[in-house]
Design a protein around this ligand. Structure first.
Ligand code: HMG
Ligand code: MG
Length: 311
C-alpha cells in the first residue's frame, strides 16, 4: 500500500494575510488555480475574518466566486472561519457556487484558537475558553452543511509573547476541540520555533493524552524561521504524521504573531516540504514542475503588489 502524504497549501491564506500591499482578487485567483493545478490535496484559499483585522482577505466572497468554476477534480478548497459571521460568509459563497456550478466551492471550514492565552486574545480577541464556546455553533453548522471541520491550535511549540508552550496544554486544547466535534487538528508552529526534539515531544504528548487514534486526524503546520522546518517534517514522518501544510513560495505568517522588533515568519515552502517528504522515500500527489511554477507565481504576485503600491 502506498503511504501517501497529504499536502495542504495555505499560501493564498497564510501566505497573503501578512502582506500590506493590496493584491487584486484576480491575481489571488490565478495563484489558487496554479497551486491547485500542482496536485496538492487541499488549498486553503482565504479567510472569512473581519476585514478590519485582516484587510488583505476582505475579498473572500469575490475570490470564492472567481475560483468556484475551476477547482480541479480531487483538490479540496478550504477557508478559515473565526465565528458565526464567518460561517455565514462561507455558506453564502457555497450557495452561490451551487447555483453557478452545481457544487460547493469550499469543502472544509477551519476554526482557529491557540494554546497561549495572550496570542488568542491578540489574534481573535477572545480567551481560549471563549474561542471554544464560539466554535460550538460554527462546528454544528459546518457539519449540517456537509463540510469537514479543521481546528488549528496555534503556538503549539512557542508563543511570541509567552515563550515556550507546554505540549500538554496543546494536547488539552486539541482534546477539547475534538470533543466539540472537530474532524481534524492542525498544530501550528506559528513563529517557527520547532526543533526535531520539540516536534517529537509534541507528537508524543498528543499520542499519550488523546484517547482517539489521532495520527489519522493530525496535520502539522510549520513556519520556517530558522530553516529547521524540513528536519521537523522528517521527525514527524518517523512518528507517523501523514499530513502537512506548506505555502507556495514560503510566503506569509500571522500578522498578530509579529512583535515590535520582529515580523511573523514565513511558512515552510510547499516545495521544501514536498522535497523533504520525497527524501524520506514517501509520495505526495504533487507534480514538482507545476509546484515550482506556482511558487514562482506566488513570489511574482507579491512583488507586483509591492511595486504597484510604491508606484
Ligand atoms: P472583534 O473585534 O472582537 O469582533 O474581533 P466583533 O464581533 O466586535 O467585530 C468587529 C467588527 O468586525 C464588526 O464590524 C463585525 O461586524 C465585523 P463593525 O460592526 O465594527 O462594522 N466582523 C466580521 N466581518 C466579517 N467577517 C467576520 C466578522 N466577524 C466580525 N467573520 C474577530 C473578533 C474574530 C472577528 C477578529 O479578531 C478577527 O477577525 N480575527 C482574525 C485574525 C486572523 O485572521 N488571524 C490570522 C489567522 S490565524 C493564523 O495565521 C495562525 C495559523 O496560520 C496557524 C499558525 O501558524 O499557528 C492558522
Ligand atoms: Mg500559520
Amino acid at each position: 500500500m502506498v503511504d501517501r502524504i497529504r499536502i495542504t497549501d495555505v499560501g493564498p491564506r497564510d501566505g497573503l494575510q501578512n502582506e500590506d500591499a493590496p493584491i487584486p482578487t484576480d491575481r489571488k485567483a490565478a495563484l489558487v488555480r496554479a497551486i491547485a493545478d500542482s496536485g496538492v490535496d487541499e488549498v486553503e484559499i482565504t479567510s472569512f475574518v473581519s476585514p478590519k483585522w485582516v484587510p488583505q482577505l476582505g475579498d473572500a466572497a469575490a475570490l470564492c466566486d472567481l475560483v468556484a468554476p475551476d477547482r480541479p477534480e480531487g483538490v479540496m478548497f478550504s477557508a478559515l472561519v473565526p465565528n458565526e459571521r464567518g460561517m455565514d460568509g462561507l455558506l453564502e459563497a457555497n450557495q452561490r457556487a451551487r447555483e453557478a456550478t452545481g457544487q460547493d466551492v469550499i469543502a472544509k471550514a477551519s476554526v482557529f484558537t491557540a494554546a497561549s492565552e495572550t496570542f488568542t486574545k491578540r489574534n481573535i480577541n477572545a480567551t481560549i475558553d471563549e474561542s471554544l464556546a464560539r466554535f460550538v455553533p460554527v462546528i454544528e453548522r459546518a457539519h449540517d452543511a456537509g463540510l469537514t471541520l479543521r481546528a488549528y491550535v496555534s503556538c503549539a511549540i512557542a508563543c511570541p509573547f509567552e515563550g515556550p508552550i507546554d505540549p500538554g496544554a496543546v494536547a488539552d486544547v486539541s482534546r477539547r476541540l475534538l470533543e466539540l466535534g472537530a474532524d481534524e487538528i492542525d498544530l501550528g508552529d506559528t513563529i517557527g520555533a520547532a526543533t526535531p526534539e520539540s516536534t517529537a515531544r509534541l507528537v508524543e504528548r498528543m499520542l499519550e493524552r488523546l484517547d482517539t487514534p489521532i495520527l489519522d486526524r493530525l496535520t502539522l503546520h510549520l513556519h520556517d524561521t530558522f530553516g529547521r522546518a524540513a528536519d521537523c517534517v522528517r521527525t514527524a514522518l518517523e512518528m507517523g504524521v501523514r499530513s502537512f501544510d506548506g505555502a507556495a513560495g514560503g510566503l506569509g505568517g500571522c500578522p498578530f504573531a509579529s512583535t515590535p522588533g520582529k515580523r511573523a515568519p514565513g511558512n515552510l515552502s510547499t516545495l521544501s516540504l514536498v522535497d523533504a517528504i520525497a527524501r524520506e522515500g514517501r509520495e505526495t500527489r504533487v507534480n514538482r514542475d507545476r509546484l515550482v511554477a506556482a511558487s514562482e507565481l506566488a513570489e511574482r504576485v507579491i512583488a507586483e503588489a509591492r511595486a504597484e503600491e510604491q508606484a
